[in-house]
Design a protein around this ligand. Structure first.
Ligand code: F3S
Length: 389
């Protein structure tokens, strides 16, 4: 691995123990990935900070690094924790609050921006060709595919190490030569009439090389966010080239195959039959954008308060402050809001028989983590179902 003088100094401890340790991690991972040098990053996003997910040992790793002098050198954001930071939710269990603090406090001390969200691009949208070190598969695939940022799909410790040094290894999707679309996926109008999470889940499972998607030019960014997150959950995708969205000069095409998924195939990805009386509607995986919050508000006003179950919406931690009026309006209409978390990285206060969600990623994980039946539906269908219309 070729290191610059500054990188050498970091490795030798001239910038302190924590930076040296972080540099060691980056170099080890880089060597395993075949990197010959490191690259400067402009934004790190650290995933895996929920106590519910990483537990005592993960918390100790973070505390140790920070208490021994770790400070971030670039703009750094963090993924959701395991508690509702607003304290407004009746659905999310906040009993691990003291344990989550063991992680949050040192991270803040290290200089991390405490956004607790999986949509860090809301705070700083990457520019095409910018190098990033992001954890959180849904954010990574969105950064690469929609903004043309360059990031690999990092684990939490590597993203933290990159934040502390300001560098990551130059390999994988950090190199233009590896950003190559191989399989053309043609999306037709019938397919688009289905919940888009199903398309994402199918793509993750069935398309084994980088896809190039045609047919989504008129699709809303929030639908793409959902589809890409679903594809990254059921598969390994970190880059999906979307015709009309992925910036030029951030990818190449060498197409060898063409697929057109049919509705009948995607129906297999719609999830379980939703039976039982304890139903939860869940929106906000990935976290809702302001536009989605407005859409949900409009539907709840039109169809009425949730009566046949609860409706949970998850948002970035700061949204309770920035969009206070909207959040309070939704609360007043009986919608449960949790900020800075989501049910995949936290616990429910109660048991549900079935979850209705618009998110393929939520379907993928909630079934496994909470052992609950999950069904995909559109935002409108979910609100209508819960309102009893
Ligand atoms: Fe975000 Fe949680 Fe979904 S972290 S992408 S809302 S699983």
């Amino acid at each position: 691995m070729h290191l610059t003088r500054e990188q050498e100094k970091m490795l030798q401890g001239e910038y302190g123990w924590a930076t040296a340790k972080a540099m060691e991690i980056i170099i080890k991972v880089g060597e395993a990935m075949g990197a010959e040098e490191l690259v400067e990053i402009v934004h790190a996003h650290i995933s895996g900070i929920s106590y519910s997910t990483i537990g005592k040992y993960g918390a100790e790793f973070i505390r140790d690094i920070v208490l021994r002098g770790g400070k971030v050198r670039v703009f750094t954001t963090v993924n959701p924790g395991c508690i509702d930071y607003s304290g407004l939710s009746h659905v999310i269990d906040n009993s691990l609050i003291e344990y989550q603090r063991l992680i949050d406090e040192p991270l803040r001390e290290a200089g991390v921006k405490p956004v607790y969200t999986c949509i860090p691009y809301f705070y700083r949208a990457p520019l095409p060709g910018e190098h990033l070190a992001w954890g959180e598969s849904s954010a990574v695939v969105f950064a690469n595919s929609i903004y043309g940022g360059f990031t690999n799909r990092e684990g939490g410790p590597v993203a933290l190490a990159a934040a502390l040094t300001g560098y990551t290894y130059k390999a994988g999707l950090q190199l233009l030569e590896n950003r190559v679309g191989v399989i053309e996926v043609k999306v037709n109008a019938r397919t688009l009439s289905m919940p888009i999470g199903a398309l994402g889940l199918w793509m993750g499972e069935c398309v084994k090389a980088t896809p190039f998607i045609r047919g989504l030019r008129n699709t809303q960014l929030d639908y793409l966010k959902n589809m890409l997150a679903s594809a990254a959950a059921s598969g390994n995708h970190a880059l999906v080239i979307v015709d009309g969205f992925t910036p030029r000069d951030t990818f190449r095409l060498e197409l060898t195959e063409r697929i057109e998924p049919e509705v009948e195939v995607l129906e297999d990805y719609l999830g379980d039959e939703c039976t039982g009386s304890r139903v939860l509607g869940y929106l906000g995986c990935p976290h809702t954008s302001p536009w989605e919050l407005l859409l949900i508000t409009r539907f709840v006003k039109r169809y009425g308060k949730p009566k046949r179950g609860k409706l949970l919406v998850t948002i970035p931690a700061e949204f309770t402050r920035i969009y206070r009026d909207l959040v309070l309006e939704l609360k007043a209409m009986g919608v449960d809001i949790a900020s800075g978390t989501c049910p995949v990285v936290s616990q429910f206060k109660e048991k549900f028989d079935c979850v209705l969600t618009n998110s393929g990623k939520a379907l993928f994980y909630l079934r496994r983590i909470h052992r609950v039946r999950v069904k995909l539906a559109s935002v409108r269908e979910i609100v209508k179902h819960l309102s009893g219309v």
